[in-house]
Design a protein around this ligand. Sequence first.
Ligand code: NAD
Ligand code: PRE
Length: 360
Amino acid sequence: MSERELSPAVVIGTGLVGASVAHALSRAGVEVHLIDQAPSHAQVAASRGAGTVDPADPVQVRLVVVAVPPKALATVIADALATYPQATVTDVGSVKGTVLATLRGSVADLSRYVGSHPMAGSQRVGPLTANAELFIDRTWVITPHDTSAAHAVLDVQELASLCGARRVTMGAAHHDEAVAQVSHLPHLVSVLMAGSLTRVPAEHLRLAGQGLRDVTRIAGSDPQLWRQIIDANSTAVLTELRLLRDELSALVDDFDNPDVLAAALQRGLDGTRALPGKHGLSATNYARVVVEIPDTPGALASLFADIQAAGVNIEDLSIDHDLEREVGWLAVQVTPQSADELAAAMTAAGWVVRDREPQA
Ligand SMILES: NC(=O)c1ccc[n+]([C@@H]2O[C@H](COP(=O)([O-])OP(=O)(O)OC[C@H]3O[C@@H](n4cnc5c(N)ncnc54)[C@H](O)[C@@H]3O)[C@@H](O)[C@H]2O)c1
Ligand SMILES: O=C(O)C(=O)C[C@]1(C(=O)O)C=C[C@@H](O)C=C1
């Protein structure tokens, strides 16, 4: 149950993020009403247990979560503030400053509005891709403004907590500068890399391994949504793009100097180590144990049961699929001290352990 009363809540925009919030709130016992410009999206989300499409009594509503594309945010937030007179209104948009500026120009009293942004999502869209676990242990940025009421900030903090996220509070402009660096520039780099594959012959693409898939996953996102995100934060993104262009130019210009390449590779490694690890703690060096799994129903469940029986804590995991054979590989990341023990237990349980390697 919720520490603060957020019930009943309304979620407007029931795609990936909105429906995921709705699932998480419903699971926490909050009564959730779903609204979407495409009624079928709200119906699909409701049929999967995210809430109800029955309308809420507007005066009873305590919380409204707006999860529509960036261009529509300011209008929908302003409408929600007018329609639900007692509710705290938040949004989950990827950019905060431009939305706040538009609202300041159109809404007299913004005290019940507090922006927010869960740093979790995927390259997919729509209610079928939603899940209640999306935000667990992920960062949820809360961006109060100078006239946000304290109770509204507490409501949004409670929302993030009910979704299982770690809260970070900062101003809208600071948020936008940060996400240009950690989300929007990475997105564009992934897009440029994936775009370059359109000139690579198919026979070469067959050689692609997990590395290329890691680098290009987010380029598979909805171009329309991302056009709106980048447009809404264009000044900060352009600053980052220019810095990266200068770094790329310096590498190209001095490419025959082995020290320049060595420095670039080392800097990349330093960058990966600077990233916080699980639960926001500093990055840990895990070891990877890679186990082959047949592509059959129940194989993963029985593998997880054997890992649990071995008593080893999984820190992270990923699955890679063989393009030719009907198998996949589950790479389980564990502390270096547990890797030998896990590899031995897996082998004893009849699994094929392909690799056991320390990870930088
Ligand atoms: N995709 C991500 O990884 C991610 C992560 C965090 C935040 N966000 C932000 O969340 C918001 C939603 O993104 P998403 O990925 O869930 O997209 P989505 O396309 O899955 O969902 C958007 C939903 O909003 C509905 N919609 C559009 N205009 C509307 C309107 N005027 N009124 C009511 N409903 C409307 C659409 O029909 C759709 O169901 C965006 O602002 C995005 O910046 C996205
Ligand atoms: O695709 C993912 O894994 C994401 O988490 C997407 C991601 C991100 O860049 O971190 C993308 C945009 C959102 O505003 C928040 C999250």
